[in-house]
Design a protein around this ligand. Structure first.
Ligand code: KIV
Length: 260
């Protein structure tokens, strides 16, 4: 069985090639992501929209995240598992945030991710000191959707650069940049020693992340410019379900070869 990647492995890999990360939520996605050799499986709070059918990620709870993190950890053996701290799990009090971060590691994650810059710096520092590896997340941060009015390209170069450097100083091992212009990503990636992981942030990040459901075509209505669809699951599965229904109605399934 392959060995689980460590943060040291991720840093070493980043010196010679780009990193890959894909979200995973359940046995199906965890096994596929792991078998593909993708470096990191992010148990994203995007499960609020992809799995739970919510309009955004704000309703996702710690209980939801720990449930899915446990499954992803159990059903993967190589990818580094990153648990995404949901809205409300690290904002209310520092003690609660610390307990919640540790709960992710107990559930099987090797690291946590949290959104934000300046306001999370002391927390990141405390978590790292306590032995919890942290991935930062700047640019468009979906948990602030009520403040930003939805997904927006974040062009605040000076703030992004300042906060990225401050997060690195606080101890993040990697930094997600979401919906950031390519040239700003380039500048930030050059300035940091830890790897940047882009989503809608152009080609200059040290790695890329995509949402499993989006990249595999589960959600045909979701068509942001940054998304590349590598598979058309929706139409393939829809065709298969329609063929099954037609076979059942015509009496051609099950045939003798499916019968005892
Ligand atoms: O929740 C998530 O899937 C994420 C990625 C889009 C980075 O935060």
């Amino acid at each position: 069985m392959p060995r689980r990647l460590t943060i040291r492995d991720i840093h070493e890999a980043a010196r010679s090639r780009k990193l890959s990360m894909v979200t995973a939520y359940d046995a199906f996605s965890a096994r596929l992501v792991d078998e593909s050799g993708v470096d990191m499986a992010l148990v994203g709070d995007s499960l609020g929209t992809t799995v739970q059918g919510r309009p955004d990620t704000l309703g996702v709870t710690m209980a939801d995240m720990l449930y899915h993190t446990g499954i992803v950890a159990r059903c993967s053996s190589r990818a580094l598992v990153v648990g995404d701290m949901p809205f409300g799990s690290y904002q209310a009090s520092r003690a609660r945030a610390m307990e919640n971060a540790m709960a992710f590691l107990r559930a099987g994650a090797q690291a946590v991710k949290l959104e934000g810059g300046k306001r999370v710096l002391p927390l990141v520092k405390r978590m790292v000191e306590a032995g919890v590896p942290v991935m930062g997340h700047l640019g468009f941060t979906p948990q602030s959707t009520n403040q930003t009015g939805g997904p927006r390209v974040n062009k605040a170069r000076d703030t992004l650069l300042k906060e990225a450097l401050a997060l690195e100083k606080a101890g993040v091992f990697a930094l997600v940049l979401e919906m950031v212009p390519a040239e700003i990503t380039k500048e930030i990636s050059k300035a940091l020693t830890v790897p940047t992981i882009g989503i809608g942030a152009g080609p200059h990040a040290d790695g890329q992340v995509l949402v499993f459901y989006d990249m595999l075509g589960f959600s045909p209505e979701f068509t942001p410019r940054f998304l590349k669809r590598y598979f058309d699951f929706h139409n393939g599965a829809l065709g298969a379900l329609k063929a099954y229904k037609a076979d059942v109605e015509a009496g051609s399934y099950p045939g003798p070869e499916h019968s005892y």
